[in-house]
Design a protein around this ligand. Structure first.
Ligand code: NAG
Ligand code: NAG
Ligand code: NAG
Ligand code: NAG
Ligand code: NAG
Ligand code: NAG
Length: 348
């Protein structure tokens, strides 16, 4: 059901693009203007390179990668993040460990909800433990040991470095928005536990960030609501917080790349990232007010409710929701980042 779980190593070199590939402008090191900065918070699996490669390619500074449990347990994901950086010669970007558990949800609570309302198509770390699958190279799941590392899942290579736990992801995010007020985009590609903890730890966190960016297949497609369903309480805290701007990329690229399977598989992460770094790629967007259902007994637990202004309850935030991007340009940009990926040598 979930193809990205078995997503292997992406080619770092792909066939040249016909015509002139649109390449986002690379950083000009003599340029003194403050660089755009981003922290990418994700539940990393093998192969999820495109958000940080797109950001780097556009001249953005990737301050760090932060991880929290979602697709699999956080310790395994932190190692995936490290391994992908090592493979891409990008180990100058630090990785920070984050939340091991969702705010309220537990393995048992999650499955009790499913027993009443039906199974979700993707359960991530909360999928029942399956020794056969793990032996085949699937990432660990199950309720007993969140620290278990399954080496067979590292198609991108097993990392030699360790993630940083002091400060952890939450304090790192808080420190960075204070260091660079109004300049740091928070790119939330996984469950929003770390971001929620940062908001609850520091009342200034959200307002000091530049914006929150969310990949939006997560919101309008059943499968990808996983990120909200895995930690609904965190998602509500985050989407109700006073970020100056919340950008959500809709399910804009799902049917576009049927002939380019590998692009199709990364497109969900990429549309949000490319809309963040290259706003002019957005051809159509809309604005509405948003909330997350946190009634555990509800069949809509963890689902989004959207409102127009006149009907919205007080204190909700409006989001900019991307409906359409320039697909030609997106495809060319995605290819160009893999043709000549940025490495730490380019960043020094
Ligand atoms: C970098 O910026 C400087 C000053 O704006 C400019 O003179 C120079 O041509 C730029 N270099 C590149 C490679 O764009
Ligand atoms: C990383 O560096 C190694 C050794 O210099 C090189 O062989 C490899 O092609 C580099 N990988 C990338 C993605 O640049
Ligand atoms: C483990 O996964 C395999 C492959 O999907 C499946 O055939 C098997 O029934 C699963 N085992 C358990 C105990 O769920
Ligand atoms: C949504 O918020 C933005 C600021 O982020 C504001 O400019 C815009 O007017 C708001 N839209 C509505 C419909 O309130
Ligand atoms: C933007 O998308 C909406 C919803 O799909 C559609 O009704 C509208 O015509 C689109 N606008 C443009 C300029 O394409
Ligand atoms: C989309 O991007 C391509 C390549 O950059 C460009 O030629 C085309 O005019 C753009 N289309 C729109 C509708 O902006």
């Amino acid at each position: 059901m979930v193809s990205f779980r078995k997503l292997g190593l992406l080619p770092l070199v792909v066939t040249p693009v016909i015509g002139s590939p649109m390449q986002l402008e690379r950083r000009n090191s003599t340029d003194k203007a403050p660089r755009n900065k981003v922290i990418i918070d994700n539940d990393y699996l093998a192969g999820q390179w495109d958000p940080y490669l797109l950001a780097l390619n556009a001249g953005w500074e990737v301050l760090g990668l932060t991880t929290c449990t979602g697709n699999t347990w956080m310790p395994q994901q932190a190692k995936h993040a490290l391994a992908m950086l090592e493979y891409g010669n990008l180990s100058c970007i630090p990785v920070y460990t984050g939340a091991l558990y969702p705010l309220v949800s537990t393995y048992e609570r999650f499955h009790s909800w499913e027993a009443v309302h039906g199974d979700l198509p993707w359960q991530g770390a909360f999928a029942p433990y399956n020794a056969t699958l793990e032996a085949e190279g699937w990432d660990p799941s199950g309720g007993s040991d969140p620290y278990r590392i399954v080496q067979a899942a590292f198609t991108e290579g097993f990392p030699t470095a360790a993630a940083q736990s002091s400060p952890g992801a939450v304090q790192f995010m808080i420190d960075q928005v204070h260091k660079y007020p109004g300049q740091v985009s928070i790119f939330a590609a996984g469950p929003m536990t770390n971001v929620a903890l940062a908001i609850r730890t520091d009342p200034e966190f959200a307002s000091l960030a530049k914006e929150l960016v969310i990949e939006g297949g997560k919101i309008d497609v059943n499968l990808f609501q996983f990120n909200l369903l895995f930690d609904p309480e965190a998602a509500k805290i985050v989407l109700n917080a006073n970020f100056p701007r919340i950008l959500v990329s809709g399910n804009v690229a799902n049917s576009v790349f049927a002939t380019d399977e590998w692009i199709d598989e990364v497109a969900a992460d990429g549309t949000a990232a490319v809309s963040m770094v290259d706003p002019s790629i957005v051809l159509n967007s809309t604005t509405f007010f948003i909330d997350v259902d946190v009634a555990y007994a509800s069949p809509n637990y963890g689902n989004v409710h959207a409102y127009q202004k006149a009907l919205a309850p007080p204190n909700l935030r409006n989001i900019t929701y991307v409906l359409q991007i320039n697909e030609t340009r997106f495809k060319n940009t995605l290819k160009s980042i893999y043709q000549k990926p940025i490495t730490c040598a380019d960043l020094s």
